[in-house]
Design a protein around this ligand. Structure first.
Ligand code: BGC
Length: 724
C-alpha cells in the first residue's frame, strides 16, 4: 500500500504535543499593577503591613480590613484541594462542602511526559481552588527525586530536572490561568523527610545549579510562578527560609522573581535574619499567630531600629503585587468562580491517569485483555480495593469519590466475566493508637503475609483464566514526614506473587505506588507488569481502560526502577539520609539513571521506559539549528503515542559530566501505519553546565553527541551536535 505522504504528516502534526512551547507569555504579575500596589502600600501603617506577612490562621494571612482588602486564602495541593482544616488547629473544620477531585499525584503526572496534559490538570486544580474561595494553591511540588526512599516522592515529578522543568511550568501556567496563584515547593534541596526540619543539605554549587535548582528556575522564568515555598531544611549551612544566597541572590536577583517567598509551615526560625534573607511571609502550624517571627517581633524589630522599615515595605509590596494579580485590591475586577467535582474534571483526570500508566512488560501479548475470551478473573491484592486520596501524614483530599481498580475492572469487564477478589495480604504498621505521636508508619520486621489471606488468594487464582495482582505501596507506606527504610514491596507481596505464579502463570501484576520499588520478583514471575500510580479518583477506570485496550498505554517512567538501592548514587556513596545533622550530596550530578550509566549498572526498568500495544520506529535524524528532527513511524496496528527522547554526551568536556543526560523530549500521537517528523528543541538550559569562574550556567562550546530513542537505555540513533 503506498503511503499517503501529504495527508499523514498533517494529521500527525495536529496531534503533536510540544514539550517546550510555552503558552501565555503575559506576565502573571504585570508591571501595569505597580501603581495600584504602591498606592495601597503608601496608605498602610507598619502594623497593617506586618499583618500581611504572617499567618492569621493555619491557611490564611490577613488582608487590610480598613481598605476592604480581604485575607489571602491558601490551600494544599498537589493531590487536589485539601479538606478544610480549622483556622487555629489541624482538626477538620467540619465543612460538608469541602469535597474535591483527587488528582493523579506528581509522579503519575510526570509519567505522561506530556506538558499539555499536566497543564490541563493544573488548570482543573486551579478551578477547584477557586470554587473553594482560595487564592494560593500550594503546588506543584518539584523537588528532585534523589532517593527512592524519600516519603514524598509521589508528590514530586522526577529524578531528571529536564523532565521536571517543562511539566512544572505547564502545571503552574494551568493553575494561574484560573485566577489562582501557584506556590511551587519546596525551595530548595528538600529531598528527604528524615530530619527534614533540621538537616543541613550540603551540596556543591554545581549540583545545586544543574540539578536541584533547575526546575525552580524554569518555574520562575518560564512559569512566572507567583509564590515560592521555602523548605524546612538547611542548605549549605543556613535554613532555606533564611538563606540570602537562595532567596535574595538567586531567586530574586538573578531570576528576577517578583512574587512572594512563603515559608513552609513552621519553617521560619528568626525575624531579622529571615526578613533580610528574602523571606516574605511566615506561615505556621500553631495558633499563637501574633507571636510568629513575622508578627509582633517584626514590628518590634523595626521600632527598635534592628530592621529598616523599607525591608518590610518590600515584603508587603510583594504580597500586594500577588493580591493585585488576583484582583483582591480592586473590587471592580471579577475573578473566575471556578468549578469543583464536575464531570469535566472527572474526564480530565481519567485521561491524565490513563496516559500516566506505564506498561513495563507484556510477554506473549498478554495485554490488552479481551473480555470475550475471559470467563473468570481472579483479582488479588489490597490495592484492588484500597483508596489512596488519604493516608499517611500530609496533604490529603476528601475525595468526592474514588474508583478503585476492582470497581473499574468490574465495570469494564461486564457482567459476563466472573471476578473473584481476594486481598492476599493486609497492610500492617507499627504505629499505635491515637496517642502514638510518631509520624512514621513503620512496617513490622516480619513481613510474612497472613496465612489465611494468602491461602484464599491462591484458591481464587487456581483455575481462573487470568490473575490480576494489584499490589504496591499505599499512602501510609509512602508518607510525608517519613522516609521508607527499603524499596522492598511491603507486606510479603513478593512471596505472594511467586506463589500466584506457581498456581497460575497467566499473571498480570499492577503496581500502585508513587516511588520506586524492587520489582525483580514481580518482573520474573509475571507475564505482564503495569505501573498504576496513586492515580486520582478515576484510577480504577483508567487502569481498566489500559488493561482492556480502550487506551493504548503511553506512560514512561519518570524515575529509574533500580534492582537494588546501591545502584543509585546517593546510596552507593552512603549519602542518604546523612547523619542527624548533615547530608552531603556526594554523588554530585549523578542522580537517578546518571549513576547507573556511569557505572554500567542494569536497572530492573530504566528511566524513560514504557511499552505500548503498538510499535514504533525512528529514522532519519537530523539537526536544524538547536532542534533535533527525527521521523517516527507507528508500525503496529493500533493508534498510540510515543515519547521521543534526546540525551546528550559531551566527551570533550573539561568537566566531569554524566555519560548522557536528557536534553529534550516530545510526545507524539500517531494513527496506526502513519509517521511524522518530530521536532525536539534542545533548550540551552538543558545543555548548560555550571561555570565556577563566572558563577553562571553556560553552554560549553564543542562537539556533543546526541543519542535519540524511546528510553534512557534504548537509543538507536545518534547525531553530532557542534556548539560554537
Ligand atoms: C508541607 C507543605 C504543605 C504545608 C501545609 C508542610 O508540612 O511540607 O508541603 O504545603 O505543610 O500543609
Amino acid at each position: 500500500m503506498p503511503f499517503r505522504l501529504p495527508a499523514i504528516p498533517i494529521l500527525a502534526l495536529a496531534l503533536t504535543v510540544s514539550s517546550h512551547v510555552l503558552a501565555d507569555p503575559a506576565p502573571f504579575l504585570p508591571p501595569s499593577n505597580e501603581a495600584k500596589v504602591e498606592a495601597v502600600l503608601a496608605q498602610l501603617t507598619l502594623e497593617e503591613k506586618v499583618a500581611l506577612l504572617h499567618g492569621s490562621a493555619l491557611f490564611y494571612s490577613a488582608g487590610v480590613p480598613r481598605l476592604g482588602i480581604e485575607e489571602m486564602a491558601y490551600t494544599d495541593g498537589p493531590l487536589g484541594v485539601r479538606e478544610e482544616v480549622s483556622r487555629d488547629s489541624w482538626a477538620a473544620a467540619g465543612w460538608t462542602n469541602d469535597e474535591a477531585t483527587y488528582f493523579p499525584s506528581g509522579t503519575a503526572l510526570a509519567a505522561t511526559w506530556n506538558p499539555e496534559r499536566v497543564r490541563e490538570c493544573g488548570a482543573a486544580m486551579g478551578r477547584e481552588a477557586r470554587a473553594r474561595g482560595k487564592d494560593i494553591l500550594l503546588a506543584p511540588a518539584i523537588n528532585v527525586i534523589r532517593s527512592p526512599l524519600c516519603g514524598r516522592n509521589y508528590e514530586y515529578f522526577s529524578e531528571e530536572p529536564a523532565l521536571i522543568a517543562p511539566l512544572a511550568t505547564a502545571f503552574i501556567q494551568g493553575v494561574q490561568s484560573t485566577g489562582v496563584a501557584s506556590c511551587v515547593k519546596h525551595f530548595a534541596v528538600n529531598n528527604q523527610e528524615t530530619n527534614r526540619g533540621t538537616i543541613d543539605a550540603q551540596v556543591s554549587q554545581r549540583a545545586l545549579r544543574e540539578v536541584y535548582l533547575r526546575a525552580f528556575e524554569a518555574a520562575v522564568r518560564d512559569g512566572q510562578v507567583a509564590a515560592v515555598m521555602g523548605a524546612y531544611n538547611h542548605v549549605n549551612g543556613l535554613y532555606a527560609c533564611e538563606n540570602p544566597q537562595l532567596l535574595n541572590d538567586i531567586l530574586k536577583e538573578e531570576w528576577g522573581f517578583r512574587g512572594i517567598v512563603v515559608s513552609d509551615w513552621a519553617a521560619t526560625h528568626s525575624t531579622v535574619a529571615s526578613a533580610r534573607a528574602g523571606l516574605d511571609v511566615e506561615m505556621g502550624t500553631v495558633a499563637d499567630f501574633d507571636a510568629y517571627f513575622f508578627a509582633q517581633p517584626l514590628i518590634d524589630a523595626v521600632k527598635a531600629g534592628e530592621l529598616e522599615e523599607s525591608v518590610v515595605d518590600e515584603m508587603a509590596r510583594r504580597v500586594l503585587r500577588v493580591m493585585a494579580a488576583l484582583g483582591k485590591l480592586d473590587s471592580t475586577t471579577t475573578r473566575p468562580q471556578g468549578e469543583i467535582n464536575t464531570p469535566r474534571h472527572s474526564q480530565i483526570i481519567r485521561e491524565a491517569a490513563s496516559e500516566a500508566i506505564v506498561l513495563l512488560q507484556n510477554q506473549g501479548g498478554q495485554l490488552p485483555l479481551d473480555p470475550a475470551k475471559l470467563k473468570t478473573v481472579a483479582v488479588i491484592g489490597d490495592n484492588a480495593i484500597c483508596p489512596h486520596a488519604q493516608g499517611g501524614f500530609g496533604a490529603s483530599v476528601k475525595a468526592a469519590y474514588e474508583v478503585t481498580p476492582l470497581e473499574g475492572l468490574r465495570a469494564a469487564l461486564g457482567p459476563d466475566v466472573e471476578i473473584r477478589h481476594a486481598r492476599g495480604y493486609q497492610p500492617q504498621y507499627l504505629r499505635g493508637g491515637p496517642n502514638d505521636t510518631r509520624n512514621v508508619w513503620e512496617l513490622p520486621v516480619d513481613q510474612t503475609p497472613d496465612p489465611e489471606l494468602f491461602a484464599e488468594a491462591l484458591e481464587a487464582a487456581k483455575g481462573a483464566d487470568l490473575v490480576i495482582f494489584i499490589g504496591g505501596d499505599d499512602r501510609n507506606v509512602e508518607s510525608e514526614a517519613a522516609d521508607r527504610r527499603t524499596i522492598a514491596l511491603p507486606f510479603g507481596q513478593d512471596a505472594l506473587v511467586s506463589a500466584l505464579a506457581e498456581v497460575n502463570p497467566n499473571l498480570v501484576t499492577v503496581v500502585i505506588a508513587g516511588a520506586a520499588v524492587d520489582l525483580r520478583t514481580v518482573r520474573d514471575r509475571s507475564a505482564a507488569v503495569v505501573w498504576g500510580w496513586f492515580n486520582g479518583a478515576e484510577s480504577g477506570n483508567a487502569l481498566a481502560d489500559v488493561l482492556c485496550g480502550k487506551v493504548n498505554p503511553s506512560g514512561k517512567l519518570p524515575f529509574t526502577l533500580p534492582a537494588t538501592l546501591d545502584q543509585l548514587g546517593a546510596h552507593a556513596v552512603d549519602a542518604f539520609p546523612g547523619n542527624d545533622e548533615i547530608v552531603r550530596y556526594e554523588e554530585e550530578l549523578f542522580v537517578g539513571y546518571r549513576w547507573l550509566d556511569a557505572h554500567a549498572l542494569t536497572p530492573t526498568f530504566p528511566f524513560g521506559f514504557g511499552l505500548s500495544y503498538t510499535t514504533f520506529t525512528l529514522s532519519a535524524p537530523r539537526l536544524e539549528g538547536n532542534h533535533v528532527r527525527v521521523t517516527l513511524r507507528n508500525t503496529g496496528e493500533r493508534a498510540g503515542a510515543e515519547t521521543v527522547q534526546v540525551y546528550a554526551s559531551f566527551p570533550g568536556s573539561t568537566l566531569d559530566r554524566p555519560v548522557r543526560q536528557l536534553v529534550g523530549f516530545r510526545k507524539v500521537f500517531l494513527e496506526a501505519g502513519t509517521s511524522a517528523e518530530v521536532d525536539i528543541p534542545l533548550p540551552d538550559r538543558n545543555l548548560a553546565s555550571y561555570d565556577k569562574e563566572s558563577g553562571q550556567l553556560v553552554v560549553q562550546p564543542g562537539e556533543y553527541t546526541l543519542a535519540i530513542g524511546t528510553s534512557s537505555r534504548s537509543l538507536p540513533l545518534q547525531l553530532v551536535y557542534q556548539r560554537h
